[in-house]
Design a protein around this ligand. Structure first.
Ligand code: ZN
Length: 199
């Protein structure tokens, strides 16, 4: 599934700057930045952070527009259980889970692998789950111009699990619907299909 290009080349200047900041942070929390195990940590942490926020440099519309095909199929297309990893913008801690996406084509379909890529483009930024849901929904709606689009995200937030309320098992669900999915029947069919194992 991940046959697309991830950011593996790092801008040296930015990486260096972030690395310097991580050195100070490690020092401030009371660690010895020069002990052996931590020698390469500021650089690794900088690269990890830049990787996890590479979505700022990617264009979801361009990804979709590169794979649109004329097609008369006009039933619901569902891609469920799309793995999702993002960073909450309040604590810069991960939140992760699954996205379930459906659309009803209106004369054109999109290459299926592009939809998880769109999820990644918006997830690899500082986000809140509500806006992430909305970003994906609007992007698909404006670019694919389908008869309807639906996005459901279920995610666990490390900021809730590791600190704060320490609720280990809580899952936050957000959803957005456009077009035909605003109708109760279509929406319930979608929700039924994503919760069944047979779909
Ligand atoms: Zn948070």
């Amino acid at each position: 599934m991940t046959s697309y290009k991830n950011l593996e080349e790092y801008n040296l200047e930015i990486t260096d700057e972030v690395k310097t900041r991580y050195r100070s942070i490690i020092n401030e929390i009371g660690e010895d930045v020069d002990r052996e195990g931590l020698l390469k940590t500021p650089e690794r942490a900088a690269k990890a952070m830049l990787f996890l926020t590479q979505g700022y440099k990617q264009d979801a519309v361009e990804i979709l527009e590169g794979a649109l095909f004329k097609e008369s199929y006009d039933d619901m297309v569902i891609i469920k259980d799309i793995e999702l990893y993002s960073l909450c913008e309040h604590h810069m801690l991960p939140f992760f889970g699954k996205a379930h996406i459906a659309y009803i084509p209106d004369g054109q379909i999109v290459g299926l692998s592009k939809i998880p890529r769109v999820v990644d483009v918006f997830a690899r930024r500082l986000q809140v789950q509500e806006r992430l849901t909305h970003d994906i929904l609007e992007c698909l709606n404006n670019t694919l111009k389908p008869k309807g689009v639906a996005v459901v995200i279920e995610a666990s937030h490390m900021c809730m699990m590791m600190r704060g309320v320490q609720k280990q098992n809580s899952v936050t669900t957000t959803s957005g619907f456009r077009g035909q999915f605003e109708k109760i029947e279509t929406r319930s069919e979608f929700l039924k299909l994503i919760s069944s194992d047979l779909s």
